[in-house]
Design a protein. Structure first.
Length: 91
C-alpha cells in the first residue's frame, strides 16, 4: 500500500471514530471535520498505547478507540469552556 493510500485510510478511520465519539458525548460540538479526524486519531493512538502497556494486547480495537476518543472530546470541550452550561464560559 502506498503512503498516500495509507494516509487516506488513516484519515477515514479517524473520521469514523471521531464522529462516533462526538455522537456519544452529549452536548454542543464546537469542532469541524479536521478536528474530528484529529480527535479520532488521538483516541485511537491512546487506545493502542493503553492496550499495549496495560492490557498487554496488540491493538486497541474499535470500542476502546471510541471510548478514548470520547474522553478526548470531553477534555476538549472542558478546555474550551463548553462543559456544562451549553456555551463558552458558563460554569
Amino acid at each position: 500500500m502506498s503512503l498516500i493510500a495509507y494516509l487516506i485510510v488513516l484519515a477515514l478511520f479517524g473520521l469514523v471514530v471521531g464522529a462516533l465519539a462526538r455522537l456519544l458525548v452529549p452536548g454542543p460540538d464546537p469542532m469541524g471535520i479536521g478536528l474530528t479526524i484529529l480527535v479520532g486519531l488521538c483516541g485511537t493512538f491512546s487506545a493502542g498505547l493503553f492496550s499495549w502497556y496495560v492490557l498487554h494486547r496488540h491493538g486497541g480495537g474499535l470500542i476502546l478507540s471510541v471510548l478514548f476518543s470520547m474522553l478526548v472530546v470531553w477534555l476538549y470541550r472542558r478546555s474550551r469552556g463548553w462543559g456544562r452550561g451549553g456555551g463558552p464560559g458558563r460554569y
